[in-house]
Design a protein around this ligand. Structure first.
Ligand SMILES: [Zn+2]
Length: 854
């Protein structure tokens, strides 16, 4: 499609001549419940000024048809002006009014206006999702973040529906079978932040009010909604409770009243991402409505996302990056604030920094060691590149670096900087220099070299302790060695640990210092008794990979689980995982650590990470000759811990799920079947709907679930979630026919919605079925460019990432990937990036396997 991929140069050019005064957008979605209706009517009137009258410009619009275009009263022929992606207009005046009347398409991919029909009751639901550039699928826009404007939405919808948007509605007019909702104009916001949610949603309401320093009272109506059929699972009180704590906290920290009036939070079906910070109308993935028991880690994760999105109301919505190069200006902050806020707002999730150290940082470390890694401030030339930049660098590394900045510049300077930033740039757009300038004012530090080292370079450093001791066992010197492409200034704490009388490893000394260059001596350590464990980056202040001296590593091998402090233990787990990924610790040694100590891991989020990582270690990083034994050991361990777990506990549930993921032998699968049939019971374990599907998946993957049995389970759970699980189970069956059907469902048709594309891929790609899926490697490489060209980017990304032959770990697959890359130097850079990343994962697995074999 011509011009679908807007470039930064084009956006800059447009911003240099245009000022947008406002949009009026009229949508008519009364056809939505009719499955035969593919489109809805969309009429946009945009008022804008042009600094160079007489010149031409274009609007962005991805629509099947344009009915009419009128510029300043003059009709323009859509046949020549509209090319499928852009509406070209020329002869601009100084002041312009442009109306574009179009037919836009309902989406099944989560991009634009998504339409979903609930299998449970037949109801239809709509919501929009735009970031970075899909507002143009719903109305005609200048699709770039720095052309902010007030938006006035009018939506005509079926009479029984409710409609929400960024602003409150001012009136609702009832017509024959329909109602028209007129919304108030928004504050000036970017196109990607506009939103509409419509349907017979279940809604819970609440209210927040707050005395402001000027004596006035800020009133914020709150609401939370989900599909009607999920209402009985919807814990709106918990959601709105976190919301109110967050509003208190961010008002205290940011000293800028919430600028968008009301605060709605919609939990919507088939959502592509975790959540989106649309001002006043946040959208979340529906998996956050828990229809079965989940562990507390899931509640913490949801609360984190609620606060992340709320922080965006200031970082991102009130002040917005000029272009996608500075996406981190909002995402790093919001990611940091999600964890910081869980503690600061006094939610019950007091281990937020443990989760951050263990999970968010793992994401960053992985991404930062890929050949495609990039500085936190990126060079984003176009929208396709922007789409791929919602990654572990922009979010998790950025947030880690802000955590380091707080340690380096002090939290007072950091938050005073934020306060000035909001006041100075309210409703505007910014770049890195705007933020740095303010932080230099408030910290009194020159941050240019800090920013150059941390924001403008890529890669992760490793820090290794070097310990020498005398004959009496006293430290003569403790040094920190830094290794990496860029040697950075690190503010770190060094923890020295020894066993106490109970055998717990406890910190006996904490030394905080600046590490710079390749070798830094920790002067304060000299003369102390040599400890059992030296833990660098204790308290997780900086962003680095931690290594160990030999004695400390030996301590971990025999006593990792004895570290008493949750955060220190999480850091140790993270470090040994990095050693495994880097081919410095054999995968079977890592598995042995998990089998030995995971049973006593108290932090449920850490435990669930250990499960995922141990499974990956066996599937990808272990010598194939040991793989089957490793799998058996995991399943035996899961069963042992499941039987030993406290009845009804989160840990029990986590081990049950891990058993489902690892079950292979007759004993384990027999128990799985018994749990499903009710003939086996584990005291306190509720085999609820989601657990049932996890157990069915284990049987399906082992070839032990019949079609009738799976269909019967779906009949008992005829819901959106049930359909997804059922689809995954079908694709997970170990037969050539099942794999062919899953492949074909995704590849041969574009009818499947995003959620079912994902379910098919997940079932297809089980590592255990590598022999069955091997023959798909060749067609995969052959189809890459075609799929990239023909599908929306969300679906194409799933295809490229999900069907890559990741389980075919060997030199031939590496050679196939290289051949494709060599043969397609001009393929879309975003497509090449995805293939390069998967290829690198494969090369890493080969290195890890070599280590495990040796
Ligand atoms: Zn975000």
């Amino acid at each position: 499609m011509p011009g679908k991929n807007l470039s930064r140069d084009e956006a800059q050019q447009r911003a240099s001549i245009l000022t947008v005064d406002g949009y009026r957008v009229r949508l008519d979605v009364t056809s939505a419940p009719d499955p035969a209706a593919a489109t809805f009517r969309s009429t946009t009137t945009v008022a804008f000024r042009c600094a160079r009258p007489g010149t031409a410009t274009f609007l962005d619009l991805l629509a099947p048809a344009v009915r009419s275009i009128t510029l300043n009263g003059r009709a323009i022929d859509p046949a020549t002006a509209f090319d499928g992606a852009r509406v070209h207009v020329d002869g601009l005046a100084a002041d312009n009014v442009l109306t574009i009347d179009a037919d836009c398409a309902y989406s099944r991919t989560g991009e634009g206006l998504h339409r979903f029909v609930d299998p449970a009751d037949g109801e239809t639901y709509l919501y929009t999702h735009y970031e970075p550039a899909d507002a143009r699928r719903v109305f005609a826009t200048f699709e770039q973040p720095d052309l902010k404007a007030p938006f006035t939405f009018t939506v005509t919808a079926p009479a029984a529906w409710d409609v929400w948007s960024n602003a409150v509605h001012e009136r609702v007019d009832t017509e024959e079978g329909a109602r028209t909702w007129e919304f108030a104009p928004t504050k000036p916001i970017s196109t990607y932040l506009t939103a509409v949610v419509a349907g017979p949603y279940h809604i819970a309401r609440d209210h927040y009010s707050r005395e402001l320093p000027d004596g006035t009272t800020l009133e914020i109506p709150l609401s939370a909604m989900c599909r009607k059929s999920l209402a009985r699972h919807f814990d709106a009180d918990e959601i709105l409770g976190v919301t109110k704590l967050g509003l208190d906290f961010f008002h205290e920290q940011f000293d800028y009243p919430y600028p968008f009036g009301k605060y709605d939070q919609a939990f919507v079906p088939e959502y592509n991402i975790g959540a989106m910070e649309n001002p006043g109308c946040v959208t979340f993935k529906e998996d956050f409505v828990f229809r079965s028991k989940v562990t507390d880690a899931a509640y913490e994760g949801r609360a984190n996302v609620i606060l992340h999105e709320m922080a965006h109301m200031w970082f991102g919505d009130l002040v917005t990056m000029r272009w996608w190069d500075d996406l981190w200006l909002k995402e790093s902050f919001a990611d940091f604030m999600g964890s910081y806020g869980l503690i600061g707002a006094r939610t019950r999730y007091s281990s937020a920094w443990v989760t951050f150290a263990n999970q968010r940082k793992a994401w960053a470390y992985r991404q930062d060691q890929l050949p495609t890694t990039h500085p936190i401030t990126a060079d984003i030339r176009d929208l396709e590149a922007a789409k791929l930049n919602f990654d572990g660098i922009t979010y998790a590394k950025g947030a880690s670096v802000l955590k380091q900045l707080v340690a380096y510049a002090g939290s007072d300077a950091f938050f005073e900087g934020a306060r000035r930033y909001f006041k100075r740039h309210a409703f505007g757009n910014t770049e890195l220099a705007d933020l740095l300038g303010i932080l230099e004012e408030t910290s009194g530090r020159d941050l240019k070299s800090w920013a150059a080292a941390w924001l403008q370079t890529a890669g992760v450093d490793s820090l290794t302790p070097q310990v020498t001791a005398d004959a009496e066992g006293r430290i003569t010197e403790l040094a920190v060695l830094q290794d990496g492409a860029v040697l950075r200034p690190h503010r770190i704490a060094v923890g020295l640990y020894d066993h106490d009388s109970d055998g717990t490893l406890v910190r006996t000394a904490r030394i905080e210092l600046d590490v710079t260059g390749a070798r830094t001596v920790v002067a304060e350590a000299a003369g102390r008794p040599r400890p059992a464990l030296v833990l660098l980056n204790d308290d997780d202040l900086t962003y680095c990979k931690i290594r160990f001296d030999d004695a400390s590593l030996e301590t971990l091998r025999t006593g990792l689980g004895e570290i008493g402090d949750d955060l220190a233990r999480a850091l140790a787990w993270s470090a040994v995982w990095n050693l495994t990924r880097d081919g410095l610790m054999p995968a079977r040694d890592y598995v042995a650590l998990v089998l030995r100590f995971a049973g006593q891991e108290g932090n449920i989020g850490v435990l669930q990470s250990l499960h995922t990582q141990a499974k990956t270690a066996v599937d990808l990083y272990a010598d194939p000759a040991w793989r089957a034994e490793g799998g058996r050991l995991l399943a035996d361990g899961a069963l042992r811990e499941l039987r030993g777990a406290v009845p009804g506990s989160d840990h029990q549930l986590a081990w049950a799920r891990f058993l489902a993921q690892t079950a292979g032998g007759a004993e384990h699968l027999g128990l799985v079947r018994g749990l499903l049939a009710g003939s086996a019971r584990i005291d306190g374990l509720d085999v609820d709907q989601e657990l049932r599907w996890a157990l069915w998946l284990a049987l399906a993957a082992a070839g032990q679930a019949s079609d009738d049995e799976l269909a019967g389970e779906l009949a008992a759970d005829n819901t959106a979630g049930g359909k997804r699980q059922y689809t995954q189970c079908l694709a997970a069956r170990p037969t050539p026919e099942a794999k062919a059907a899953a492949w074909s469902a995704v590849v041969d048709s574009d009818e499947l919605p995003n959620a079912l594309v994902e379910a098919n891929i997940a079932g297809f790609a089980l590592p255990a079925h590598r022999d069955l899926t091997a023959l798909y490697a060749a067609p995969y490489f052959k189809l890459l460019e075609k799929i990239w060209a023909e599908r929306t980017i969300e679906i194409a990304m799933r295809f490229v990432g999900g069907f890559f032959p990741s389980a075919q770990i060997g030199e031939p697959t590496l050679a196939e990937a290289d051949a494709w890359l060599d043969g397609h130097p001009d393929a879309a850079p975003a497509l090449r990036r995805l293939v390069i990343e998967r290829r690198d994962d494969l090369a890493r697995a080969l290195r890890a396997q070599a280590c495990d074999r040796a």
